[in-house]
Ligand binder design. Structure first.
Ligand code: URA
Length: 233
């Protein structure tokens, strides 16, 4: 791929914009030599305006989504894209969220420009585990662990029972729930189905990949070793 097309695909502007960047000697090698279209180059050796390039194509990012931000490219702001470099929305393919978190849910959100990877992680057949910490409005009744694990619980308005889910109780209003499906508002509706109400919801892990101490609103690349932690259950 030509340098111009590569940088345009990474969101640095239209091909014409990138040609202007190159002509203005703003695209350089690490040691400062200006790069011309047609020169040999590699992703890691390029700078634009002195800064390393954004992550290469096929990248996977983790974002600590704060409460209030929307997982959409177009909606009532603030959007998750307001937390990322604006170029990420201009990339081809676009950097898309892997599934969604509700506006009121915080925690681990993955984004990728790799459509096949996105599909693999979100496909209902993949059964990728997602773990949430929830604060509840009312004390637990005591039968929730077995009802969630039963594989027979139904959400309101749905006929197909939920796959078994693992509930770990921290105290009577604070729990950790692992689900392997991605139904609409699933966690909130699961607690509604057992007569409770979720007042705070935070995703802490996808597969064995944990959010860790990444600050709210911050993002970073997922390492190759961490990618293997996303394997389906
Ligand atoms: N379940 C929910 O209810 N909301 C989310 O954002 C994620 C899972």
């Amino acid at each position: 791929m030509t340098l111009i097309k590569y940088l345009a695909n990474l969101g640095y502007g239209s091909r014409r914009d990138v040609m202007a960047l190159v002509a203005a000697r703003r695209v350089t090698l690490l040691e400062g030599t200006a790069v011309r279209d047609g020169d040999l180059w590699s992703h890691d050796a390029l700078l634009v305006d002195g800064a390393p390039l954004d992550p290469p194509p096929g990248t996977l990012l983790m974002l600590h989504k704060p409460v209030g931000h929307v997982c959409s490219t177009r909606d009532v702001p603030p959007l998750i894209y307001d937390l990322l470099p604006p170029r990420f929305l201009q990339r081809t393919p676009v950097m898309a969220a892997v599934g969604r978190l509700d506006r009121d849910t915080s925690g681990l959100l993955l984004l990728t420009d790799d459509g096949a990877l996105n599909h693999r992680l979100t496909s209902p057949r993949a059964h990728v585990a997602k773990t949430y910490c929830a604060m509840l409005a009312h004390p637990l009744h005591g039968d929730e662990v077995s009802r969630f694990a039963s594989g027979t619980l139904r959400l309101s308005g749905e006929s197909t029972p939920l796959a078994p889910a693992a509930l770990v109780i921290d105290d009577e209003t604070s729990v950790r729930l692992t689900v392997t499906e991605g139904r609409y508002h699933q966690v909130r509706r699961m607690f509604a189905a057992v007569g409770n109400h979720v007042v705070q919801l935070h995703r802490v892990a996808i597969g064995a990949l944990e959010l860790g101490d990444l600050g709210a609103g911050c993002w970073r690349e997922v390492t190759p070793a961490e990618r293997s932690m996303l394997a389906p259950t």
